[in-house]
Write a protein that binds this ligand. Structure first.
Ligand code: BGC
Length: 745
């Protein structure tokens, strides 16, 4: 397709089909990179050889959606008029970003959309999954995989071939405003669930981008914060989550983060990008910057950044724009071979993941079918935290008071770059987005014979009066979380007082919490039933109603611990809170790899709810535990039996603990080593066999770049939360070493 035709075919359209894509039959002998039977490596090499310098430079410099109106103001000697025209006529309006392709060679544009919860584009409706923290609570990788498959399909159907999806920063800081976009506090759980999401997305022959690499664990001063943490602690926590996820899903790209890590920017961090990601893990894809996270030309490129992404406006520093790159090449600061490597990595992803051979095309979306997938994800993920006296499921209830949380309007969603616009639009209340899936309507549908009244909860006396004359009160509490800010764990808008007032009026109170992460629950001991709904997505209302009424048996387990009080946090204050963006600041993550339940274990604290906790309407017994060394791993097996009277899904969590954890050099007394979920009819039993990865038994030793499993005795237990192991057996492991460089294992 000639360039002029390609441009004209997009003019005036909301969405362009990805231009520059390989044409059928174009794989002539002189264009070997278009031959799908060759390896992606060989194709990428061949394409690089065929490219001019200017064509290579197109691929390493990307534009944000704002470029649509802003790039015309950028001087022509930075972005040529031809390129400006190409960008504004080809980018998908409202998407996150765009990287021009090379039509002459059949290399497609990269059309980028956020994020892990669904396609974010305020001009195009999309299906919102439950937050990633919620789907991590399913403890079933099939749940994020199925979700990834539909949001990836929607990305493809809306003209995007790259999703900026795969958020995996650990919930080291429970107040982090983006915890809802991530998969919790444990590297194994997060690595497994995020890998599944990426696999689902990439099954649509598009690229997914794991992010934000690395230790971008707080939002406050995220663009100027210098995080100090040892290599050992990083490799055993935040980096281990990335390592496991990348290994299990091979994302096409990795997004480096805004912050500094040990004095080096995330996007020019030789240790993280070159040593760990590309050398030790053998990563073949490319590193793209977070939007505006680049601070130099040659140093960034030489330290591992492959693509500057998110350039917008004349105020932005054009670090990877053609003039800067050409100057760096000319001065010798940047070598031709490194530029070729950058381009080859980008091309490798485009060949390996599908965008070249299977160009994205705008197509209709079956929103109803996708909403059903999202609802099922919520039904697998919501966590029943408390259910005293079997108050739930609701049975034979004549009247219910539904109070607060805008439950008559919808369910809360998180804000920032993962804010999905649903079909028909969302409802903005107090500046926050609610997905149009009201739990009140869904409850009325589920319980047509029950009198269900609603009170907004603003007037506590009125709410308490309604609760007092109802059989049961359901109070919805909400906690808004957003990219770019932190969320206090104390509920705002006097919601704690509302719960207390209603609990006093009617002891049959159920609290449903729609939150981005953990919250304090000062009323927890006065409330018999609590359902943690996270941000439950477009099917949230029905999912909540079906769990409360027993149509669905809850089976979610917490992917984060809920602290009981502020004095249990690793840091009393968030570094830099209240200071203007960009203020230089530093934080030392002295807790190292002891995050979440590991921290509470080390300190001997009892959190309000432990990692892994979650109730069901049936009971499960975990038994028949065995464990034995298997090479450098442990093989464990156990049985889950449904002891109750109704079908349900039970989760078995295998924890490993050296008999002397301090002597073994561990960060904490125990670690999650494996987990499994089983769907069981009453009385049925399932036997499960699992392997504990050697890295979860080892400490990382920087000196030899090794994982070291200390010889000695280890307790292996199976449990339904990190609180108390149900059963424990002991194994003896020989001293052994596992190379941290993948090729070495
Ligand atoms: C966020 C990324 C996002 C990007 C593009 C940044 O501010 O940190 O997660 O992918 O914007 O929207």
């Amino acid at each position: 397709m000639g360039r002029v035709v390609a441009i004209a075919s997009c003019l005036g359209m909301l969405i362009c089909t990805a231009s520059g894509a390989a044409q059928p039959g174009a794989a002539a002998g002189d264009r070997p990179w278009l031959n799908p039977s060759l390896s992606p490596d060989a194709r990428a090499k061949a394409a690089v050889e065929a490219m001019t310098l200017d064509e290579k430079l197109r691929l390493v410099f990307g534009y944000s959606d704002q470029a649509l109106t802003e790039v015309s103001k950028v001087p022509d000697d930075i972005v040529s008029p031809e390129l400006k025209t190409y960008v504004v006529t080809h980018l998908v309006k409202g998407s996150a970003g765009f990287v021009p392709g090379v039509p002459r060679l059949g290399i497609p544009d990269q059309t980028q959309t956020d994020a892990s919860i669904g396609v974010r584009n305020s001009f195009i409706p999309s299906t919102a999954l439950p937050s990633s923290l919620a789907t991590a609570a399913s403890f079933d990788p099939e749940v994020p995989r199925a979700g990834g498959a539909i949001i990836g399909a929607e990305a493809r159907a809306t003209g995007h071939n790259t999703m900026l999806a795969g958020g995996i920063n650990l919930a080291r800081e429970p107040r982090n405003g983006r915890n809802f976009e991530y998969a919790g506090e444990d590297p194994l759980l997060a690595g497994t669930m995020v890998a599944a999401l990426i696999n689902g997305i990439q099954s649509n022959r598009i690229i997914s981008t794991i992010k934000h690499y690395a230790v971008n664990d707080q939002e406050t001063l995220r663009t100027s914060l210098d995080v100090t943490i040892s290599a050992e602690a990083m490799r055993q926590s935040d980096l281990l989550a990335f390592e496991l996820a990348i290994e299990k899903s091979s994302p096409g790209s990795v997004m480096c983060s805004y912050n500094l890590i040990n004095g080096r920017w995330g996007c020019e961090n030789d240790y993280l990008l070159n040593t760990v990601l590309k050398k030790d893990w053998g990563y073949k894809g490319f590193v793209m910057s977070d939007w505006g996270a680049v601070h130099s030309t040659a140093p960034a490129a030489n330290n591992g950044l492959d693509q500057f992404t998110g350039f917008c406006c004349k105020e932005d520093k054009p670090w990877f724009a053609p003039p800067a790159m050409k100057a760096a090449l000319q001065s010798g600061e940047l070598s031709r071979s490194r530029l070729d490597d950058m381009v080859e990595r980008i091309l490798w992803a485009l060949f390996a993941k599908g965008p070249v051979d299977d160009p994205v095309k705008v197509a209709p979306i079956d929103y109803a079918a996708n909403a059903a997938v999202s609802q099922r994800a919520a039904e697998e993920s919501l966590v029943l935290l408390k259910n005293e006296g079997g108050l739930l499921p609701l049975r034979g209830v004549k009247s219910i008071a539904v109070i607060g949380g805008h439950a008559d309007q919808g369910v809360l969603a998180g804000a920032g770059s993962s804010d999905v616009t649903p079909l028909g639009g969302d409802r903005k209340i107090g500046g926050h987005s609610y997905l149009p899936s009201p739990p009140l309507d869904a409850l009325r549908r589920e319980l047509p014979k029950t009198k269900i009244a609603f009170d907004a909860g603003a007037d506590h006396t009125a709410a308490a009066a309604l609760a007092a004359k109802s059989d049961v009160a359901i109070v919805f509490v909400t906690r808004h979380n957003s990219e770019g800010s932190e969320a206090s764990l104390t509920m705002v808008d006097n919601q704690d007082d509302l719960v207390a007032a209603v609990a006093k009026a009617n002891p049959k109170i159920i609290v449903v919490a729609e939150t981005g992460g953990a919250i304090y629950m000062p009323w927890a001991d006065r409330v018999p039933a609590i359902l943690e709904a996270f941000y439950p997505g477009i099917g949230g209302g029905p999912a909540i109603a079906r769990i409360l009424t027993g149509k669905v048996n809850p089976s979610g387990h917490l992917p984060i611990s809920f602290p009981a009080s502020p004095d249990q946090l690793a840091r009393p204050d968030i570094e830099g809170l209240g200071k203007p963006d960009g203020t230089p600041a530093a934080v030392a993550y002295d807790e190292g790899a002891a995050i979440g339940y590991k921290w509470y274990d080390v300190k001997g604290y009892k959190p309000l709810f432990w990692f892994g906790h979650g109730l069901s309407y049936t009971r499960f017994a975990l038994s028949d535990l065995t464990a034995q060394p298997a090479d450098k791993a442990i093989k464990a097996s156990f049985s889950i039996r449904n002891m109750g009277k109704r079908e349900g899904k039970g989760v078995g969590q295998v924890y490993v603990a050296p008999v002397d954890w301090k002597k073994a050099g561990w960060e904490a007394p125990k670690r999650l080593g494996a987990f499994a979920k089983a769907d069981l009819k009453p009385g049925k039993i399932q036997h499960v066999e699992l392997t504990v990865d050697p890295r979860l038994l080892a400490t990382y030793e920087a000196a030899g770049n090794n994982w070291h499993i200390r010889g000695g005795q280890y307790d292996v237990s199976v449990a339904d939360s990190a609180a108390t192991p149900a059963k424990t057996v002991r194994v003896t492991l020989p001293d052994s070493i596992w190379s941290a460089a993948h090729a070495g294992n």
